[in-house]
Design a protein around this ligand. Structure first.
Ligand code: RDL
Ligand code: RDL
Ligand code: RDL
Length: 154
């Protein structure tokens, strides 16, 4: 049976992270079925992800968002995160949160690279979670990061 993956993103984000992730997923697992939904902002992600799980039968969902630089945006992002965790607990299903905060980089060029790479590396995490969980265990404690260089083990 073909595995169905949900992809949920926002119009608020300033980069199409979902496109990068879908490209990465298809490269590693051409037979995946991908269902994509787009909502206005991060606070709209939790219910959209829950619907992808409950109504569309997705086994795992990736949620992409870009919190802005203001204090209100950070609060929004934290609320969205809490909602995403609640949706995971309600459905017993992983929702991989792929957030890039606009102030993680000081210039737009670097922010683009971070967004592209974090999306792709979390897509690789999803592939491992679905097909090669033992590979993740081999990476346990290795100081892995997404979109930036790994920090490495102590
Ligand atoms: O439900 C409609 C909106 O309230 C919702 O889409 C919010 O997530 C939109 N939004 C904010 O209102 C805000 O103050 C967002 C941010 N900040 C933000 O930083 N990133 C978002 N949405 O994706
Ligand atoms: O769902 C995928 C990720 O969002 C999730 O694995 C996060 O827990 C990853 N993460 C962060 O996004 C972050 O900003 C972690 C940290 N900080 C952190 O300090 N320690 C972590 N994860 O283990
Ligand atoms: O300590 C430096 C970074 O680890 C820290 O800034 C993280 O919070 C960066 N980060 C996010 O802000 C985020 O929203 C990360 C993720 N998501 C993530 O999914 N994976 C990361 N960092 O490695």
């Amino acid at each position: 049976k073909m595995k169905r993956i949900g992809i949920c993103d926002t119009t608020f984000a300033r980069y199409d992270m979902a496109k990068a992730a879908i490209n990465e997923l298809k490269m590693h697992a051409p037979n995946l079925e991908i269902i994509r939904r787009t909502v206005p902002g991060v606070k709209d992600l939790p219910v959209a992800c829950k619907k992808l799980i409950e109504e569309e039968g997705c086994e795992i969902v990736m949620a992409f968002g870009m919190p802005g630089p203001e204090k209100i945006d950070k609060i929004c992002a934290h609320e969205a995160s809490t909602g995403l965790i609640q949706a995971q607990l309600m459905t017993n299903t992983h929702i991989i949160e792929v957030f890039v905060h606009e102030d993680e980089e000081s210039n737009p060029k670097d922010l683009k690279i971070l967004a592209e790479n974090r999306a792709r590396e979390h897509a690789q995490n999803v592939i491992k979670m679905l097909f090669k969980p033992e590979k993740l265990t081999r990476e346990a404690g290795m100081g892995m990061r997404e979109g930036k260089p790994d920090v490495g083990p102590l």
